[in-house]
Design a protein around this ligand. Sequence first.
Ligand code: HEM
Length: 931
Amino acid sequence: MIGSSDPKNPKGLVLFDFNIIYLSIQSISGILQWLSSSCALARLGENMAFLKLVDSCEQIFTLLLFKKNLKMANIRSIMSTLGTEKKAEFGSDVLNEVLDYLAGEKWSKLRHYLSPLFTTAKLKQMSDVMSGSTSEFMNDLKSECDENGRLKIDCRKRISTWLIDLFALTTLGIRLENAKNPDNKFAEAFREMMGEKDEYNLLYSLSLSFPFLSRFAPTFNDQPTKLIESTFRQIISSRKQQTGGVTQNSKDFLDHTKEFKDLGIGENTIIAQAINFFLGGYDTSTTTLSHLLLALADNPECQEKMHDEIMSVLKRQGNSEINHDTIHESNIPYIQACIYESLRLAPPFTRPERICTKDWSYKGYSIKKGTHVMLASWAANRTSREGVGHNKLMPMPSYHSFFEMEVLGSIRGLLNPKNPQGLLLFGTLITLSVFNPFLGIFAMAITIVLAQARENYGVLEACGIPVVKPTLFLGSESNLHKTVVHFADVERYKKFGGIWGSYVGRIPEVYIADPELIRLIFVKDFVHFGDRKEADFGSEVLNEILDYLPGEKWSKLRHYLSPLFTTAKLKQMSDVMAESATEFMDDLKSECDEKGQLKIDCRKRLSAWLIDLFARTTLGIRLEDAKNPDNKFAEAFREMMGEKDEYNLLYTLSLSFPFLSRFAPTFIDEPTKLIESTLRQIISSRKKQQNSKDFLDVLVDLWGRVNTKEFKDLGLTENTILAQAIDFFLGGYETSSTVLSHLLLALAENPDCQEKMHEEIMSVLKRQGNAEINHDSIHESEVPYIQACIYESLRLAPSIFRPERICTKDWNYKGYSIKKGTRVMLAAWAANRNPEVYPDPEAFKPERFLPGNKGSLESYAFTSFGFGPRNCIGMRFAYENLKLFAANLAKEFRVVKRADTEMKYKKCLLLVGFSPLYVDLQAEAQREKLD
Ligand code: HEM
């Protein structure tokens, strides 16, 4: 009951609430019924968790915790680190004493006393018995063959009968009565005792959760067990009489010293060990040999090799007897390999286990005293080398967080018919509806909505990805509308390392910041991650922008657009950019006061200038009223990009409850329409020009091809071409204004950097003998420091803070898996602050990017333009423009920090947004005069 009212267990709380509601309205019998079902469920949920472990030996463990049992898929060191096996209760005083389940000193001493049984000398002695028995077995089989020399056998039955006899010979030195008959009494008794006829039934499964049911399950305490116990007791005691209790070994089985008594080792213990050798040996060997026979039947070529191998050994040995020497590894490596392979494929002990006797911790996991740890040997023996291994990037969530996560996660299958727990709750709801239909319907509706909101919980954990803990039903991002997400990414990177997951509402998403994962996902394994998430902007035009087109349509269009970004084209456009930058400086200068000073709102001034620049370079036109920062077109772009908006609670809620998104604003509004109609008119009326210094000639050319079969097949329409023109504005103006605003802020805070930039550009201009800054003046070899300042601004403030890919084909790497359909986001602010690449990562230090230092930087830790075939198409264009601006600025102005200079980020989801950022510009000319 405490479990169901435990605040850490929301599932329990929901149930508890239902109980309280129910208690207030129903009769005493109903109350009792409710309480009992609730307590039972609380106990059931108590111990459920799903764990994923990685050990030092580069192996992955998958552990499933159920009723405090950890079932493990692969393990090396843990079995020797943890304590004893689980104490067993077989319902027999003798069987309860088998070595396997003894604990502590009793186990260790007894194991020590038994060790003389397994020395090399003893083994060699026994080998004679074994080889005699084996050849006898073969002769028996041969004698039963038909005239064609064939015999049908039931592998398990025949082999187990022979092995039981063999164990009687080796363990007790006796032949069993009627030993060759597969149905002999003793063999039957062993098989029955081992429950060979039984399979686990529902009663057993239920008894794991509700232990009182185990009372009704069968135990070992039955006839066959008694027969075996009494036979062994008789054989051992008659042997004792023969030897007078004295053997060569002072620590004989039948030793009755004080030491044995103190340890609780009595006659039952000794008999148990003898039985145990049978149990441990005959069933396991039977399984292995049966699998070997099956494998050989399936692989005649292996039999061929085995036969050739043993025949040539016998020939070499000059006899036809197979003995201890014959089967040495050096003689029969292939036969030995076949046995190993059968043992690997079918380990008879499916789950060797340990019970933790002392709290144990390793790399963030802890296993509590009393927990059962099971080695899932069938799984472990099937571990492929590829795709496993300890990954240093993966921080280990604690046992408790896993525990809570899975308990939370289990609600998701509430209405899944395969989930009895969910069905129980569902059934309870139905009952509730019968007694009080309104309350029932209400409770059921709430349950369905909650179950849906949580439907994907647990999915990321199952892929080996550490996860930002989800809330009851709002996913991991319940505070999204209050979060500056790029800061959250930086914090999560510090907490989780290079990869983590988050439930964005109900959607599982993966975030990466590790250079190697970035390389794999963005470049090497691009075939798995070719697309971005499909977007619906509510506009037929905007839905066609390159960024969100999928597959072939994207790749073909990207190819058609590539002539826009050739070196020759860039050089032509550079003239326009240089002219525009100089003009912008002149405008700013003309607005300065008598001291040459001007206060600006960085983003507003820069974006208005950039929108005009993009109109010139993309469309070859000047905007009406271009110099006015509030001009109609600039305003329309800013509005379209939602510059005034921040994400609100409605948005956060709509992630878990998508129907709410209907009430969220879309892109279909006045500004979008103005932009679309203006650009449509410009493109459709423009004639193709030779050597135009803009993008329009290429766009016009593509516009002319929309009626061709090729374009039609790909779905490339006029809207698609128009969308690209808009996209260059969208992709370019906002991103560039973010970087340049951050540059202005950094310069205001670092006057020494401005000094260096100024000196650098002035000396270039002096060398070039002109006062104009152009494409040649801003070559890296001329302005390495200015270029480094741009890189450093881009590093510190990547405008697109989460370049993304959608996984289009399941992907695995070092124990992580990413499922088809999952969105993977590059956490650019985090990745660009990798402390191993950028010491003191928050500091503005352009020196990192000077030519002497740049080469040593990890290229996948500079993520501001994305990577791979789908990286930023306008990167070179952007660099050219950013450098022209910075060089002009350094020539004409100093940036001065004001009392109200402050960077206040907004809560945006795609691009970095911030409130007005004010700085003063001080014209160089006046500054010199003032100095
Ligand atoms: C400082 C300026 C800029 C920055 C920081 C920037 C950054 C980015 C980033 C991070 C991406 C995503 C890359 C990826 O997913 O791997 C991107 C894509 C894109 N950018 Fe830029 N960008 C800038 C300027 C521009 C300019 C000037 C243009 C156009 C002239 C442009 C057009 C695009 C387009 C069309 C895409 C989508 C490419 C595709 O999906 O194939 N960007 N940009």
